[in-house]
Design a protein around this ligand. Sequence first.
Ligand SMILES: O=c1ccn([C@H]2C[C@H](O)[C@@H](COP(=O)(O)OP(=O)(O)OP(=O)(O)O)O2)c(=O)[nH]1
Ligand SMILES: [Mg+2]
Length: 143
Amino acid sequence: MKLEIVNKSPFPLPNYLTEGSAGIDLYANIDESMLLKPLERILIPTGIHISIPTGYEAQIRARSGLALKYGITLANGIGTIDSDYRGEIKIILINLGQEDFIINSGDRIAQMVFIKYEKVTLIEVNKLDETKRGSGGFGHTGI
Ligand SMILES: O=c1ccn([C@H]2C[C@H](O)[C@@H](COP(=O)(O)OP(=O)(O)OP(=O)(O)O)O2)c(=O)[nH]1
Ligand SMILES: [Mg+2]
């Protein structure tokens, strides 16, 4: 799928780093290095704007290496980039580790995956169809 991108950062266009990579890594585009203390969160600009085709979204996801080594993840779990959003893509990082973490401009801080999704038309009813599970959930089949 082709996708238009405006890159206002000094870094190359983000790209898939291996043949089978699902995500493209996003670079922090900041004037000076930033310090993220334990449990602090911060909004990091990337300098990129994209135009996603209708019916698709982009998901911003954590990088597992940063999560495992430093506890750096996303405060919003998975970021949702709407197809009609033309603003700058920004990353909401949180430091769940025990050490200060320094973000330098050009660091690969998260990854972006493109996903096809369905839109639904909600039809309000008084009663839903019956299933074996019913209202059971949250571990009702055992852990
Ligand atoms: O990690 C993220 C999440 C969102 N966005 C941008 C793109 C997205 O299309 C827009 C709105 O995101 P979302 O719907 O998650 O936020 P909201 O709090 O519901 O804001 P809004 O009322 O603008 O929809 O913000 C980012 O740049 N990074
Ligand atoms: Mg929203």
